[in-house]
Design a protein around this ligand. Structure first.
Ligand code: HEC
Length: 298
């Protein structure tokens, strides 16, 4: 290719990019964006992190609760969110902003995934597939009240400042004995927007394993379940304080104990905080074990 032609190609690509940005801004202009700040002003500000491809640190912005209320609100009736059924609250009416809308307004180019991070570093993943199937909502009000006010009036634990839920959750797939789980984090104060290929790229099993292999099945379960509390770098929550590689190490060193921890953590450590996965059968545990063994670096 001659130099002249290459210059034209680059110029056309650049114009295309500028055009795409202008289109994006035009779409965004339809909804006035709330004011964003570069630092937290109030405890109930929502932190919005945008992870740009290849960058080590996210761009952090903060939006006030009152300003989020100025965006169009969507109402849902929620009947099977475990946070509320555990409180003996059968049905709740909530209003808030769809995660799809927040991704559209605040996600940068290439961001197709949202993670909702709680104050205790629990992190719920929302890949595009989940958002399309379940329409999760960032809740701003419960029964017309701020979550803290609702909690006080009903003598329940405060699920705020933010929580994510959805109307009647019906699992859209299962892998072995793992049913797709409803991602319903409470006490959320950060949303992270990133590319799914980056987020899940850090925890993929080695490429030689095919779609039906235990390693890939274990991966699909782990990225929905374990990822909420165990992290690999910037991927996942760090609530547990034991990294993805620590899990890989336990799976490699002692597969039997690894399986027992997953099914009944308190049978190994009486003070364990990790939730039990009593529904996981032997093939499911074998898949999780094979996956974590396959990614162990030592
Ligand atoms: C809701 C949070 C949470 C989830 C989800 C979770 N864990 Fe844990 N995990 C913990 C915590 C907290 C600990 C630390 C011990 C304790 O308190 O239970 C832990 C500890 C462990 C340990 C022991 C590590 C060590 O060095 O002793 C293993 C192994 C483990 N988890 C595996 C898993 C696997 C596999 C999954 C997914 C199937 C998973 N965990 C999902 C919270 C979680």
């Amino acid at each position: 290719m001659g130099t002249g032609k290459r210059v034209v190609t680059v110029a056309a690509a650049t114009l295309g990019l500028v055009f795409a940005w202008q289109m994006r801004d035009a779409v965004r202009a339809a909804t006035p964006l709330p004011a964003v700040h570069s630092t937290r002003q109030r405890p109930d500000d929502l932190e919005l992190d945008e992870v740009l491809p290849g960058a080590s640190e996210p761009v952090r912005r903060f939006v006030a609760y009152a300003d989020l209320l100025q965006l169009p609100q969507v109402a849902e009736t929620v009947t099977n969110d475990e946070n509320f059924t555990e409180m003996n609250v059968r049905t709740i009416h909530v209003t808030g902003i769809p995660l799809s809308e927040l991704l559209h307004l605040f996600g940068g180019p290439g961001a197709d995934m949202v993670s909702a991070v709680a104050v205790d570093a629990y992190s719920a993943p929302y890949p595009a597939e989940y958002i399309a199937a379940h329409h999760p909502l960032l809740v701003l009000k419960i029964e017309g009240l701020e979550p803290a006010v609702w909690a006080k009036q009903t003598h329940n634990e405060d699920p705020g400042p933010y929580l994510v839920t959805q109307a009647d959750f019906v699992p859209s797939y299962h892998v072995l004995a793992h049913q797709e789980r409803a991602q319903v984090p409470t006490q959320v104060n950060v949303l992270v927007f990133a590319a799914e290929s980056e987020v899940f790229g850090r925890i993929l099993p080695p490429p030689q394993y095919g779609p039906q292999s235990p390693q890939v099945q274990g991966y699909l379960i782990a990225r929905q379940n374990c990822i909420r509390c165990h992290n690999e770098g910037a991927t996942g929550g760090s609530k547990a304080g034991h990294s993805w590689q620590t899990l890989a190490h336990v799976a490699t060193r002692d597969a039997a104990t690894f399986g027992r921890i997953i099914v009944a953590p308190r049978s190994v450590n009486p003070r364990a905080q990790m939730p039990a996965n009593a529904q996981y059968d032997a093939p499911t545990l074998a898949a999780l074990t094979a996956y974590f063994q396959s990614i162990a670096t030592k």
